[in-house]
Design a binder for this molecule. Structure first.
Ligand SMILES: [Zn+2]
Length: 316
């Protein structure tokens, strides 16, 4: 693989020598490393404003200042993927700058060979760049890579600065709003709200968790139970975890949740909510973007926001 050196040039590294336990899938093409290059694709979102300009020039002493339009002006967001190895992500048959869509649908307009998106964010414009649009763009990027760069291993880097990047599926594992006991009846059952594309909402069960022994844990009583279909409640859920090997305190002696979930710093077993929040399956819950990319064989990670030392796109 290639790496940046301190003087800003690229050098080729023997990947096998670097990571002897992971020599990769073997010789590929003319790659001298006998492994697969790891290519980093960073998601770059930039917003440009109509009045965002800076002029520096000599002026005559008799000239007066001419005021510019106030405010930042209309914005245009450009979202793309860029790599130190290949530059902007483009297919090998050339690329066409895409047209801007004038609606707020989840469809993102990318040309066949470019993952670049131009977006006029705002009310009465293109709407807002939602998680669905990010997923659509990532899908298109992976289509291009699958087609034209199949001989490399690819890693996507996104920023965790926006909920649009880190959103989880509606039925994702989350200890928030869980009730400590089962509800009285189905009308007050603990469920997750799913908002469909046509803005209608429906309620679904939270997806199953996983015990420490690897078996799955449903958070709802089975059909054979007198409270069939009802949420088990946090205390019952924790007791099940204990019976499957977790070393946790007796939940009947604990509060449902510390006041406003402001537990003492470092506390992990102070209340039922904090215990469930810290269970490995809840901690490992992935975002929709991670699930999408990994389902297609791509690795993905999140940068801390605007970090100029770990991300080259912040060094401009
Ligand atoms: Zn607590």
């Amino acid at each position: 693989m290639r790496k940046w050196t301190r003087d800003g040039t690229l050098e080729t590294i023997d990947e096998e020598a670097e990571s002897p336990d992971d020599p990769g899938p073997g010789p590929v093409g003319s790659n001298p490393c006998h492994g697969r290059w790891i290519v980093i694709w960073v998601h770059d979102e930039s917003t440009f404003y109509a009045h965002d300009r800076h002029k520096l020039r000599w002026v005559h002493s008799s000239e007066s200042a001419k005021p510019y339009a106030k405010g930042e002006g209309a914005s245009l967001m450009v979202a793309d993927f860029v790599s130190p190895d290949y530059g902007w992500l483009r297919g090998k048959t050339g690329y066409v700058v895409i047209a801007v869509r004038g609606d707020a649908s989840a469809d993102v307009s990318c040309s066949e060979d470019s993952a670049r998106v131009l977006f006029k964010a705002g009310k009465n414009r293109d709407g807002y760049f939602t998680n669905d649009k990010i997923l659509e763009q990532a899908n298109h990027a992976m289509d291009i890579i699958d087609k034209d760069y199949p001989d490399n291993n690819h890693v996507f880097f996104f920023y965790d600065n926006a909920k649009t990047h880190t959103a989880r599926r509606p039925d994702a594992l989350s200890a928030r709003y869980m009730t400590v006991k089962p509800p009285r009846d189905a009308s007050s059952n603990f469920l997750c709200i799913v908002k469909d594309r046509d803005s209608t909402t429906r309620k679904v069960r939270m997806q199953d968790g996983q015990f420490l022994d690897g078996t799955s844990q449903s958070f709802y009583f089975p059909d054979s139970h007198p409270q069939a279909g009802l949420f088990k409640g946090m205390r019952h859920i924790i007791q099940e975890c204990i019976s499957h090997g977790a070393n946790l305190p007796d939940p009947t002696k604990l509060l449902a949740q510390c006041h406003e979930f402001k537990c003492l710093p470092g506390a992990t077993e102070c209340c039922c909510c904090r215990i469930i929040f810290n269970q490995p399956d809840f901690v490992a819950q992935k975002s929709k973007l991670e699930e999408l990319c990994e389902s297609r064989g791509y690795r993905i990670t999140f940068y801390p926001k605007f970090h100029c030392e770990v991300s080259f796109i912040e060094q401009c």
